[in-house]
Design a protein around this ligand. Structure first.
Ligand code: NAD
Length: 497
C-alpha cells in the first residue's frame, strides 16, 4: 500500500507547510486505513491566510461578476472530470455509500453551474424617487474576507455551497473544513486552483475548530462567517462573532419528522422512510429522525418497516450493493451508542440497537439500523442523534401529529405522507420549519431552491437557491439626482399636501 500523502495549507495560491508544523491524519471509518496527513494550523497561519485573502480582495471584487462566474464554470467542469475519483475519496474518508458519495460531488457540480449563472444576474432594484429628476437603485457589493467553516457530512457539497456563492459575489475566502474530512477539502481546493482562481482568493486552513475557528472568528479583517455544524458549536461561533459585530450565518441541526397519516400510500412512505432515516447512516442534518405515525396504520406500517430494515445491508460503503456504510468516526460512534443506551432506558427498542461486530465490522464503526417506539417528550424523540436511529411516535390524528412535529427546538425539514390534498396544504402552512416535503422523505435538497431552517436550526438566512447571494453581499443604495439643484426628500412638496 502506498504511504499516506502529506498535505500543507493553501495560502496565497501556494501549498505551504510551516516549519515544525504539528500534523494530524484522517482515516477510513470502514476499515481504519490512514488516508493522509494535514497541518494543524495555528493562529499564525490563520493570520497569513486572512492577509492573503485581504490582499486579493480589491482585484477579485473588481473583476466583472460574469467573469467570476466563468471560474466557477471551469471548476464545475473539473469536478465532472474528477467526479468518480473524488466520490471515492468522499466515501473512503467519510463513510457514506458510493452512490451517495457521487451525489455529494454532483451537488457541488450543480451548485457551481447554478452560481456561475448568478454572475449574470446578481439583481438589484430600481425604485421610484419621490422627487423629480432623481433615480434610485440598489446594487450588491461583496462583504470582503469571508470565513467558511464546514462539517464532515457533506464534505464536497457544503464547502461548495459556501465557497461558490461567496466567490461569485466578489468576496475572498478562508476555508476551514471539518478535520475528519480534510482530504475532501484538499480535493475541493485543488479544483479551484486548477480552474485558475487567482492567488489568495481562496485559502485553506486545516486543523482544530478551537484554534483555527476561533482565530478566524476573532480576526477583525474577516467580515462574515458562514458556519454549518452543530448547535452548541454554532452558538459559540455566534457569540464570538458578536464581539466584532460580524455577520454570522449559521446552518445547524435538525430533528426532522415524517408524518404518515392513515390515508398514506404506505409502500411509498416506507421507501421514503428507509432513505430518509438510514441514508448516510442517518448523518444528514435533514435525516428523518422521527416517524410520527397515525394509530390506524401503526401496527401495519411498523410490521412493514421491521421486514424492510431486516433486509438492509450494512457494510463496505464502496460495495454498490451496500445500503448503509459506517458512521463517520469513533466520536460519532460513541455519541450514537450513548443515545442508544438512553433510548433503551426510556423507550421500547424495536430493532437494532447495537454496534455490529465480527469479521470486517471489527475494523470500522458500524451500527445496526435502529428503531425505537417512544412517546413524544423523551430525549431520543427531541434531541438530534445524527445516526441511524429512528424514534416512532404514535398519534391519533393530523392535529396531534403537527403538534408533536413542531414541539422540538429545531426547525429544518419535515415531511407528510397523505393522499388528502387539503391536509397536504395545511401541513405546508402548519409545520414549523424551513422545508416541507409532501409524499417524499425529509431529505432531497435541490440546489436551485433555498435551504435552511428556523428556531435552533440557524440564524434564519438560507443557502442555495437565488437567495444564496444574500448571505454574501451587502446592499448599496444609490441616489442619482440629475435636477441640478438641491432637492430635499420629505421637505420639498411632501406627497399628499
Ligand atoms: P461541529 O459543530 O462539531 O463542527 C462543524 C465545524 O466547526 C467543523 O469544521 C469544526 O472543526 C468547526 N469548529 C469546532 N469548534 C469550533 C469553534 N470553536 N469555532 C469555530 N469552528 C469550530 O459539527 P459536525 O460534527 O462537523 O457536523 C454535524 C452537525 O452539523 C450536525 O448537528 C448537523 O445537523 C449539522 N449540519 C447542519 C447542516 C445544515 O445545513 N443545517 C448541514 C450539515 C450538517
Amino acid at each position: 500500500m502506498a504511504p499516506a500523502p502529506d498535505f500543507g495549507l493553501f495560502i496565497e495560491g501556494k501549498w505551504v507547510t510551516p516549519p515544525n508544523a504539528t500534523r494530524f491524519t484522517t482515516s477510513n471509518p470502514a476499515n481504519g486505513q490512514v488516508l493522509a496527513s494535514f497541518v494543524a494550523a495555528t493562529p499564525r497561519e490563520v493570520d497569513a491566510a486572512v492577509r492573503a485573502a485581504e490582499t486579493a480582495f480589491p482585484k477579485w471584487r473588481s473583476l466583472p461578476a460574469p467573469q467570476r462566474g466563468e471560474v466557477l464554470l471551469r471548476a464545475s467542469a473539473l469536478f465532472r472530470e474528477r467526479k468518480e475519483r473524488i466520490a471515492r475519496v468522499v466515501t473512503q474518508e467519510m463513510g457514506k455509500v458510493i452512490a451517495e458519495g457521487r451525489g455529494d460531488v454532483q451537488e457541488a457540480i450543480d451548485f457551481l453551474e447554478y452560481m456561475a449563472g448568478e454572475g449574470r444576474r446578481m439583481f438589484g432594484e430600481t425604485v421610484p424617487s419621490e422627487l423629480r429628476s432623481k433615480f434610485c437603485l440598489t446594487v450588491r457589493q461583496p462583504k470582503g474576507v469571508v470565513a467558511c467553516i464546514t462539517p464532515w457530512n457533506f464534505p464536497t457539497a457544503i464547502p461548495n455551497w459556501k465557497i461558490a456563492a461567496a466567490l461569485v459575489c466578489g468576496n475572498t475566502v478562508v476555508f476551514k473544513p471539518a478535520s475528519s474530512t480534510s482530504l475532501c477539502a484538499v480535493e475541493v481546493v485543488k479544483v479551484y486552483e486548477d480552474a485558475g482562481l487567482p492567488p489568495g482568493v481562496l485559502n485553506l486552513v486545516t486543523g482544530a475548530g478551537s484554534a483555527v475557528g476561533n482565530a478566524l472568528i476573532d480576526d477583525p479583517r474577516v467580515r462574515a462567517v458562514s458556519f454549518t455544524g452543530g448547535v452548541e458549536t454554532g452558538r459559540g461561533v455566534y457569540l464570538r462573532g458578536a464581539q466584532s459585530l460580524k455577520a454570522v450565518h449559521l446552518e445547524l441541526g435538525g430533528k426532522n419528522p415524517m408524518i404518515v397519516l392513515d390515508d398514506a400510500n404506505l409502500p411509498l412512505a416506507l421507501d421514503g422512510l428507509l432513505f430518509g432515516a438510514f441514508g448516510t447512516s442517518g448523518q444528514r442534518c435533514t435525516a428523518t429522525s422521527r416517524l410520527i405515525l397515525h394509530e390506524k396504520v401503526y401496527d401495519t406500517f411498523l410490521g412493514m418497516l421491521d421486514r424492510a430494515v431486516a433486509k438492509l445491508k450494512v457494510g463496505d460503503p464502496l460495495d454498490p450493493s451496500t445500503d448503509i456504510g459506517p458512521v463517520a468516526s469513533a466520536d460519532q460512534e460513541k455519541k450514537i451508542l450513548r443515545y442508544i443506551e438512553v433510548g433503551k432506558a426510556e423507550a421500547k427498542l424495536r430493532t437494532g440497537g447495537e454496534k455490529l461486530t465480527g469479521g470486517a465490522y471489527d475494523a470500522g464503526f458500524f451500527i445496526a439500523p435502529t428503531v425505537f417506539e417512544t412517546r413524544h417528550g423523551t430525549r431520543i424523540s427531541k434531541e438530534e442523534i445524527f445516526g441511524p436511529v429512528l424514534s416512532v411516535i404514535r398519534v391519533r390524528d393530523y392535529d396531534e401529529a403537527v403538534r408533536v412535529a413542531n414541539d422540538v427546538d429545531y426547525g429544518l425539514s419535515s415531511s407528510i405522507y397523505t393522499s388528502d390534498v387539503n391536509l397536504a396544504f395545511r401541513a405546508m402552512q402548519d409545520l414549523e420549519c424551513g422545508i416541507t416535503y409532501v409524499n417524499a422523505p425529509t431529505i432531497g435538497a435541490e440546489v436551485q431552491l433555498p435551504f435552511g431552517g428556523i428556531k435552533s436550526t440557524g440564524t434564519g438566512g438560507r443557502e442555495a437557491g437565488s437567495v444564496a447571494i444574500e448571505e454574501f453581499t451587502e446592499i448599496k443604495t444609490v441616489f442619482v439626482d440629475f435636477s441640478n439643484r438641491l432637492q430635499k426628500a420629505q421637505i420639498d412638496a411632501p406627497v399628499g399636501e
